[in-house]
Design a protein around this ligand. Sequence first.
Ligand code: HMG
Ligand code: MG
Length: 307
Amino acid sequence: MAYPSSVKLVDVGPRDGLQNEKQPVPAAAKIELVHRLQAAGLKNIEVTSFVSPKWVPQMADNREVMAGIERRPGVAYSVLTPNMQGYQAALPSRPDEIVVFGAASEAFSQRNINCSIEESIERFRPVAEAALAAGIHVRGAISCTVGCPYEGEIAPSRVELVARLMKGIGVQHIGVADTIGVGTPLKTRRALEAALRHYAVDEVSGHYHDTYGQALANTLAALEMGIWQYDTSVAGLGGCPYAKGATGNVATEDVVFMLHGMDIDTGIDIDALADTGAWISGVLGRPTQSRVGKALLAKRETGEVAA
Ligand code: HMG
Ligand code: MG
């Protein structure tokens, strides 16, 4: 089996991880999280979203967070922009990449961004056009590519449709997301195959929430297809502690441990990453959700030697 020799991880913790937090997280903590992630070697960080503060209050400090970051050369900072209003609000923050986000499920599209799939593409069209003209990379995220909380199982043909529509408006890269973590390796493969009908392997990434504990297996299945880009979240941040079953993205620490164990390079210092996961979990007042993070911290406490 030929695996990629290196993998690009986008840490989406500051955005996907924190967007559902009920308690206000100060902008200073979000900024420090970005600083710690880049110090740990992350070269791609999804910082915030320019969405309605009525819908997602936690991201209302988007401008302040973007303005507070000390940028490192070689690090790309991404933000979510669902429409022209979001794009125009984001532009002064000089994002390196903007993300338009649609869904393979009609019901999820309606609930998440208040419009149909078709309408969403029309909202994204001018955003992609403007970003491309400004030299900003355009990524598209497709939610619910294997399952939807409202519609149940999602057929790969739905993923293919949205990938085709996104390609048609100039979206350069597509993220195939398992929003509720119900995917298993074969379903994950089928969703990726659908996206690969319209995008090259270098233009597709995996985004796996770990609700059912399948995300590492799904990552391995995707690696076997040559997919080398993934969204992950430090400490497994995300989801809502009060919403039964909702959890965050697969923990960056867990993916990095697996990849390094396979001799796949990430450029990330796993110890610094585990410290970052412990730190942000402390800010939120709970233990890290990363199994690897917990194990590394416990090993340090007991002074155990690595196996
Ligand atoms: P809408 O209500 O259809 O928009 O919302 P509208 O154009 O009708 O405007 C209504 C109001 O929203 C107006 O304000 C606008 O100014 C305001 P009012 O006059 O009532 O005071 N508005 C905005 N405000 C700030 N920024 C904007 C913006 N646009 C309109 N960009 C909208 C459409 C998309 C804005 C709304 O539905 C929304 O904000 N939804 C939240 C979506 C979201 O952030 N979801 C989470 C991120 S996606 C995700 O997590 C999935 C992902 O991780 C992959 C996966 O795991 O599946 C990416
Ligand atoms: Mg997500």
